[in-house]
Design a protein around this ligand. Structure first.
Ligand code: ADP
Ligand code: MG
Length: 712
């Protein structure tokens, strides 16, 4: 690691002197930056030269050819080269000032326009008679052919123009930073620091897969010689990124797959019979298949690392129970970790109820949650430690210091996307290589499953329990709210219960609680004085939350006004109506999760999304929600609309930190990277040898939190 960290003091003395040049040079000491721009760059997560070189363009524009002004078409993007004829400031009605600059290229005249930048006029007056290059979108406007707010620069015959006459990078920006500034900064940094960028891919691999070397790739991703070179550069960088990720996953998987590391459970006698007695219903075919896959995995001597994927309401809990039964009947303990107390509570209630029906409740179940009083807590912890507890259910309280298991054999993590990889690992550390099952309610596009969970085997429940009716979803605007409430009243009169979900206010939990409280009060006093309205939010005391959920489950509450605390897992079959206020504040995945709270019983369920639909994006989301209940379709759309990094908070969990790869576009490269990575780890699990030295170091640097025990 030593050569990566440059001593700060030296950098400050002479960042441009070759002896002290380092990719770790702080961004403010880079030529053309300084403290003010450094602040802006920091907002883009650029702190060092290394980060700067890795700040890849969003896209490129081919400005290799100058278009003839006379043959421009409305709507096209074009680069023109012409002589400045005049510059004027023109007042418009709303006291706006438009700066209008006329440029002539011999074939015709174009008007370049800028809003509210009066000072530009003087700048262009000085340029009258000189040639400039401008790039922008062509419009047919009041002055004929126009370009609004184009990028431009003075045309210098011999200079290396960064913004014209070439394939030009377009970077993500932030306030106080402009494209041409950033281009200059990056170009300067490339000239100075590119020779320091280290090749990490072995030559053999690059030759075989026809991948550019790293310095050529970095240069061409920023300032490509041609579109073809840019594509080749991109391919190389995407490969590198996905290859590193897949290597990390392969190494993890390999260390867990080692035979003899895990527990070989035996299939309990009467397993099928006992399961049948416990469950109040017949398993669906998908559930049966998945239970078989899990059982087969648990009986093997390797550690189980399995992802159980199934849409909301597909019945993952009973599958978890089947797995826990195998562990318990082998004399081991099982732990089930849920992301919220409400959900842990619900699992506890459901599971004790089902086990109670066994007649003899010989499997003792305990609930460990943060809010237990210390006496209770101590008791539960003691029972877990002594082995008296067979099934421990809880929140992340389960992974806290002081919780020791007697003989933990199986760990189940529910609703995975709330937990990071590290939490998953912490719970596993409570046992000696226990088997692990990760349950996710969110269908993940297949491509992403490979990317994020490439170290896990996957089981999928692709069938809902019988008798479920498709939830009818309607999008309504604010003006129709009263009608919505009238419909709600009708359904409640028929004995149904409803959720009303309050607007999401991400900025402030306090405001969120306030909104929920106000809404509950409004519904109680103005709309439904004769009904029972309940309120549930994250800042309530746990006892109060429990009491509220219990009352709702028991049917004593007609309408539960709630924040997103009900998003995950809550299961009340009689609640068949959901109204979501300001629905466009939620992402698709979240709306799908919320909606999954209804449609759990025999009755027809309804979901009403209320919002105006002020942007294309929000209209699209409402349309998708109204047209499908298929979690996979929604997940794909969500990924497309939001971009992979934002997918279900995977960014926070630190797994999917992709800078250049695009999960959809780059599936072919992903598949090659995966194949190569797994093959390499099979052959050389510790990446020994000179050819892999740089690769190893980079892998550790990037995935240090990923517990790459083997490579160390
Ligand atoms: P999720 O996969 O969202 O966690 P749950 O495990 O909460 O789903 O199950 C949803 C509901 O479906 C529960 O009320 C559960 O009792 C019921 N259920 C699960 N499996 C079946 C089945 N095979 N037949 C009928 N109902 C089932
Ligand atoms: Mg669940």
């Amino acid at each position: 690691m030593a050569q990566f960290t440059a001593p700060d003091a030296q950098v400050k003395i002479a960042s441009s002197s070759p002896a002290y040049r380092s990719l770790d040079t702080e961004i403010q000491y880079v030529k053309g930056v300084g403290p003010r721009l450094a602040g802006a760059l920091n907002k883009l997560d650029i702190f060092s030269v290394r980060d700067l070189l890795r700040h890849y363009p969003r896209r490129h524009e081919d400005r290799t050819h100058f278009a003839r002004i006379a043959s421009l078409n409305h709507g096209e993007s074009a680069t023109i080269l012409g002589t400045v004829l005049s510059a004027d400031n023109v007042k418009t009605r709303g006291s706006l000032v438009i700066t209008k600059v006329a440029v002539d290229d011999g074939s015709g005249v174009i008007a370049l326009t800028w809003f509210n930048q009066k000072w530009l006029k003087d700048k262009f007056i000085k340029l009258i008679g000189r040639r400039i290059v401008a790039f922008g979108t062509v419009q047919a406007g009041r002055w004929g052919v126009e370009m609004a707010t184009p990028e431009w620069e003075v045309y210098e015959e011999n200079a290396d123009p960064l913004s014209s006459g070439r394939v030009v990078p377009v970077y993500p920006l932030t306030e106080g930073l402009f494209e041409d500034q950033l281009r200059k900064i990056i170009k300067g940094a490339l000239d100075l620091y590119l020779p320091l960028v280290e090749e990490i891919l072995p030559e053999e691999l690059r030759d075989r897969l026809d991948l550019m070397d790293i310095q050529e790739a970095v240069r061409n991703i920023h300032f490509p010689e041609s579109i073809e070179m840019m594509e080749a550069a991109r391919k190389r960088l995407v490969f590198e990124e996905l290859f590193l990720l897949q290597l990390a996953l392969a190494i993890r998987k390999r260390s867990m797959d080692a035979p003899g590391v895990g527990i070989s459970f035996a299939m309990p006698d009467n397993f099928a019979k006992e399961l049948k007695e416990i469950l109040p219903f017949e398993l669906t075919n998908a559930q049966k298949r998945v239970v078989k896959e899990i059982a087969a995995n648990m009986t093997r001597p390797q550690c189980m690392n399995r992802l159980l994927q199934g849409d909301v309401g597909s019945g993952k809990t009973v599958v978890a129970l089947a797995a826990m039964l195998i562990a318990v009947r082998n004399g081991y303990q099982a732990a089930l970790m849920a992301p919220t107390e409400i959900l842990a509570e619900q699992h506890y209630l459901g599971i004790t109820k089902m086990l109670g029906s066994l007649g003899v409740l010989d499997i003792s179940v305990d609930l460990l949650k943060g809010s237990l009083r210390s006496k209770q807590r101590t008791e539960v912890i003691q029972r877990i430690a002594s082995g008296q507890t067979k099934i421990a259910i809880g929140t992340h309280a389960l992974i806290q210091e002081g919780v020791e298991f007697h003989k933990l054999g199986l760990v189940i993590v529910d609703e995975q996307h709330r937990f990071g990889v590290m939490q998953r690992a912490a719970l596993m550390d409570k046992g000696l290589n226990p088997d692990m099952l990760v349950m996710t309610a969110t269908p993940i596009p297949r491509t992403l499953t490979l990317t994020v969970y490439g170290d896990l085997d996957v089981s999928i429940i692709d069938e809902l329990p019988p008798g479920r009716k498709k939830i009818r979803t309607h999008w309504k605007q604010y003006g129709e709210r009263r009608k919505v409430y009238q419909a709600l009243r009708t359904l409640i009169d028929q004995g149904r219960q409803a959720y009303v979900v309050c607007p999401l206010i991400e900025e402030s939990e306090k405001l969120q609680v306030r909104a929920a409280t106000d809404l509950a009060e409004f519904l109680q006093t103005e709309m439904f004085p004769d009904l029972k309205i309940g309120l549930l939010h994250g800042q309530m005391k746990t006892d109060d939350k429990d009491a509220m959920m219990t009352a709702f489950r028991a049917g004593e509450i007609n309408i539960l006004v709630s924040t997103t605390v009900i998003e995950v897992g809550v299961d009340v079959p009689n609640a068949s109506v959901m109204v979501v206020e300001d629905a466009d504040r939620f992402g698709l995945a979240q709306l799908h999760q919320l909606r999954g709270r209804v449609g759990r019983g025999e009755e027809q369920s309804f979901c009403v999304l209320i919002c105006e639909g002020n942007s294309d994006d929000s209209i699209k989301r409402m349309q998708i929600m109204s047209s499908t209940c298929d979690g996979f379709v929604i997940a794909e759309e969500d990924l497309r609309l939001r971009g992979p990094g934002e997918f279900y908070g995977t960014r926070q969990s630190g797994v999917l930190d992709l800078g250049i790869a695009d999960i959809f576009r780059d599936v072919p490269i992903l598949e090659i990277a995966r194949k190569e990575a797994f093959a390499l780890v099979d052959k050389n699990s510790e990446l020994r040898g000179e050819a892999f030295k740089a690769l190893r170091r980079q892998l550790l640097r990037k995935y240090e939190s990923f517990q790459l025990a083997v490579v160390s």
